[in-house]
Write a protein that binds this ligand. Structure first.
Ligand SMILES: Cc1cc2nc3c(=O)[nH]c(=O)nc-3n(C[C@H](O)[C@H](O)[C@H](O)COP(=O)(O)O)c2cc1C
Length: 397
């Protein structure tokens, strides 16, 4: 009998189950400000047995934003987030927040008017429609600013009461860009050999740990593979996990994969909802190119249950610290198998969007499989008025 639906401990935290809600950007923070809808979404997951719910993709500062409606930590957001934490706790859950920095993959300028920056000069196709087709290489000063921004953001979210901080080291955002040999072509202390490419991500984790102390949990979301030739591969991902384990700064690794600028569907698998994604583009040119070229540019990957399991098992075998399994967990059999495979937690994204009450229903023997069919329409929905599952029917007017 698997204990995945039973209470568990993660670092200093007591959780009502071993099921963690993956960060899925909610699209519920217009101009960066958290809303009541965001609170309700996470409260509902906590009421329904999710052990730890994750508020997605919060920018550490305004230079780290990917787009303008990304969640930020400005004063007006803080009050809402403080209430969110309280309501999740009252519902019996615990709550994490994902902190990220976009690096070169950004549509927006910082408040000082500066465009996006990454480890090395880069083309930024995502920023073309907003007049930001290139990104500059970060200076030493920029790197110090990144470290300070992660530290400050971690202090703020602790002050708001969050139980855990998830640092985004994957999916082709800044720290993933530093880790990847394809995008980090620096020859200073922050690039070149694998040890130097991982120097900034490890320094960020250390800074976050220093900011949050030992009373809170630190989670690292890492890539197992970038999903393209020349990118980060499993062998190096294992070395990164070993270095994280040695650092002692992290309580849990959540392995994922893919690079948003190149292989966005590697991390999802399943449908390519091009028409809805086109509708969600704010710029007419981007709308047309998504509709006309999307299918040619975006690689398609068939959906398979537990699609990261083979790579994640290699990571599991290489380190002894807690590791979760994420990616395509939809059936009770696979969710329970997470524990018999030796993973510590099951992390679910789309299945919990389709069935927010999945934990209690699976625990009570009422549900064998989530109704999520990996259509991926939810990807467009987050930009069309807020994250929702289209299986719930048309959006209320
Ligand atoms: C609508 C949507 C939004 C997502 N937003 C984020 C995000 O903000 N940060 C992140 O790390 N991953 C994000 N992801 C990826 C998920 O966290 C997860 O890695 C992926 O969906 C695979 O898990 P699943 O098969 O359980 O859905 C998103 C996925 C979806 C479907």
């Amino acid at each position: 009998m698997s204990d995945v639906f039973a209470p568990a401990t993660l670092g200093p935290l007591r959780l009502q189950s071993r099921v963690i809600k993956a960060a899925t950007f909610e699209g519920m923070s217009p101009r960066g400000v958290a809303t009541e809808e965001l609170v309700t979404l996470h409260e509902r997951l906590a009421k329904n047995g999710v052990g730890l719910t994750t508020v997605a993709y919060c920018a550490v500062d305004d230079h780290g934003r990917t787009f303008t409606n990304q969640l930020g930590l400005g004063e007006s957001s803080r009050e809402v987030l403080r209430g969110l934490v309280r309501r999740v706790h009252d519902a019996g859950g615990a709550v994490s927040i994902q902190l990220g920095h976009a690096g070169f993959f950004s549509k927006v300028r910082g408040s000082d008017g500066r465009g996006p920056r990454g480890p090395s000069f880069a083309l930024n196709a995502y920023g073309v429609s907003s007049g930001l087709p290139f990104a500059r290489a970060m200076t030493e000063r920029d790197i110090e600013d990144v470290l300070a921004a992660f530290g400050r953001a971690a202090e703020i979210v602790c002050e708001l009461g969050f139980d855990a901080v998830e640092v985004h080291l994957g999916h082709g955002y800044l720290l993933s860009q530093f880790l990847s040999p394809a995008t980090n072509r620096r020859d200073d202390a922050w690039g070149g050999e694998p040890e130097r490419r991982r120097a900034l991500p490890l320094a960020v984790l250390a800074r976050v740990r220093r900011a949050v102390g030992r009373e809170r949990v630190v989670i690292a979301k890492n890539n197992l593979s970038d999903g393209f030739t020349g990118g980060l591969e499993i062998e190096e991902s294992i070395e990164i996990a070993r270095a994280i384990e040695r650092s002692g700064d992290v309580d849990l690794i959540v392995p994922s994969g893919g690079f948003t600028s190149r292989t966005p569907f590697f991390l999802l698998r399943g449908g390519l909802p091009l028409a809805r994604m086109a509708a969600a583009q704010d710029d007419p040119l981007a709308r047309v190119s998504m509709r006309v070229l999307g299918g040619a540019i975006l690689d398609r990957y068939d959906f398979e249950e537990a699609f990261f399991r083979p790579l994640a098992l290699r990571l599991r075998a290489a380190v002894s610290m807690p590791i979760a399994l994420l990616g395509g967990l939809v059936s009770k059999v696979e969710i329970e198998r997470v524990r018999t495979d030796g993973f510590d937690f099951a992390v679910l994204g789309r299945a919990l969007l389709a069935d927010p009450d999945l934990v209690v229903r699976m625990r009570d023997g009422e549900l064998e499989r989530s109704r999520c069919n990996a259509c991926n329409e939810c990807i467009a929905e987050m930009d069309l008025g807020g994250l929702r599952c289209v299986l719930d029917g048309p959006r209320a007017a």
